[in-house]
Design a protein around this ligand. Structure first.
Ligand SMILES: NC(=O)c1ccc[n+]([C@@H]2O[C@H](COP(=O)([O-])OP(=O)(O)OC[C@H]3O[C@@H](n4cnc5c(N)ncnc54)[C@H](OP(=O)(O)O)[C@@H]3O)[C@@H](O)[C@H]2O)c1
Length: 314
């Protein structure tokens, strides 16, 4: 351990962080060691990471002192926030700032900050194409992350633009649902535009590629995706994987916003932002670059082949 560079991973029991921990542990001669940060080192997920070879330490992004302690002695830190745990952009910004200060205090040499675009740079609040939410955001869970980039000034940071996880089709209620005629469909307000997506584990695997690249991406904004697909292309891939027709139900963003589940307005705006600026989103998330960082990067079809048994068909 002493001769290896420690990467302290926030959210290590979650989707992004666990992918990074697994990527580090899968490469024992890579020169890195994984430190998994969790609020509860005694949870089953934390114990599993320890069993696999990670150092497990306590830390909470709402408790800056705990982060400084958890980052101490680490070469790198993977910093991610948890918008969907609280739905508060203000809390998310405060947590990002606490991580940035803790990384600085601990003398971390390379931070990866998992961020997204601040949509207001493309769609100012005065633009009525989509509603303003919470008084000052267009896409709250994007805008707060983009806004929080500034907190990492003065910290050696790679700003990592992530993509929509295909796992949302399993865990986030976005999987195919049967229509009145019994044919399942995915319902998304994406028009016919390409939409960057990724297997969540590949985010961590790409982050590992960034750490392995030394200083190459410090101070840079880099984006990753597994594939850029239209709604119709995703439906075709579902149909092939599941052996039955899955259709793409294109809806208008205002219809999606009206679905009423928690976060529906935020997600409706997010899809509209992705749809209306699809070229920018795809250009910022090069597949070639992602595969260079992570040669095992999965396509949607490869992800479906592994996960089709877990897709709930309601
Ligand atoms: N879903 C998508 O498609 C998507 C795409 C791009 C970006 N994102 C962003 O990804 C972020 C979430 O990342 P994720 O999906 O990896 O999270 P996740 O799978 O929900 O995992 C969250 C993990 O973080 C830990 N955690 C929660 N609150 C914490 C706190 N206060 N302090 C320390 N750890 C805490 C929990 O671990 P313990 O219980 O062990 O502490 C949990 O296992 C969100 O901000 C979201 O906007 C999502």
């Amino acid at each position: 351990m002493a001769d290896r560079k420690i990467i302290a991973v926030v959210g290590a029991t979650g989707q992004q962080g666990s992918g990074l921990v697994k990527a580090i542990l899968a490469d024992p001669s890579g020169g890195f060691a994984a430190r998994a940060i969790t609020r509860d080192p005694n949870s089953d997920k934390a114990k599993e990471l320890a069993r696999l070879g990670a150092e497990v330490v306590a830390g909470d992004v709402d408790d800056e002192a705990s982060l400084t302690k958890a980052f101490a002695g680490a070469y790198g830190a993977y910093c991610v926030t948890f918008f969907w745990a609280h739905f508060s952009p203000e809390k998310e910004k405060a947590q990002a700032a606490a991580m940035a200060r803790a990384a600085k205090a601990a003398g971390v040499k390379h931070v990866i900050w998992s961020t997204l675009e601040d949509s207001r740079k493309w769609i100012p609040l005065s633009d009525n194409r989509m509603p303003t939410l919470m008084g000052q955001y267009k896409v709250p869970h994007f805008d707060s992350k983009g806004d929080a980039d500034a907190a990492f000034a003065g910290v050696p940071t790679t700003y990592l633009l992530t993509s929509f996880y295909w796992e949302n089709f399993i865990y986030f209620g976005m999987g195919p649902k049967k229509g009145p005629d019994g044919v399942p469909g995915i319902t998304l307000p994406l028009g016919d535009k390409k939409f960057p997506g990724i297997a969540s584990d590949d985010i961590g695997a790409c982050a590992y590629g960034i750490f392995k690249s030394g200083d190459a991406y410090i101070g840079k904004r880099v984006g990753i995706a597994g594939e850029h697909l239209t709604g119709a292309e995703m439906a075709t891939a579902f149909s092939k994987a599941l052996g039955q027709t899955v259709r793409y139900n294109e809806v208008a963003p205002e219809v999606y916003r009206s679905f009423g589940f928690p976060g529906a307005e935020d997600l409706g705006n997010m899809f509209q932002f992705n749809r209306d600026f699809a070229d920018m989103f795809c250009a910022a998330r090069s597949l070639e670059f992602s595969r260079k960082l992570n040669p095992g990067l999965k396509t949607f079809s490869a992800w479906l082949a592994e996960n089709k048994g877990r897709i709930p068909l309601e």
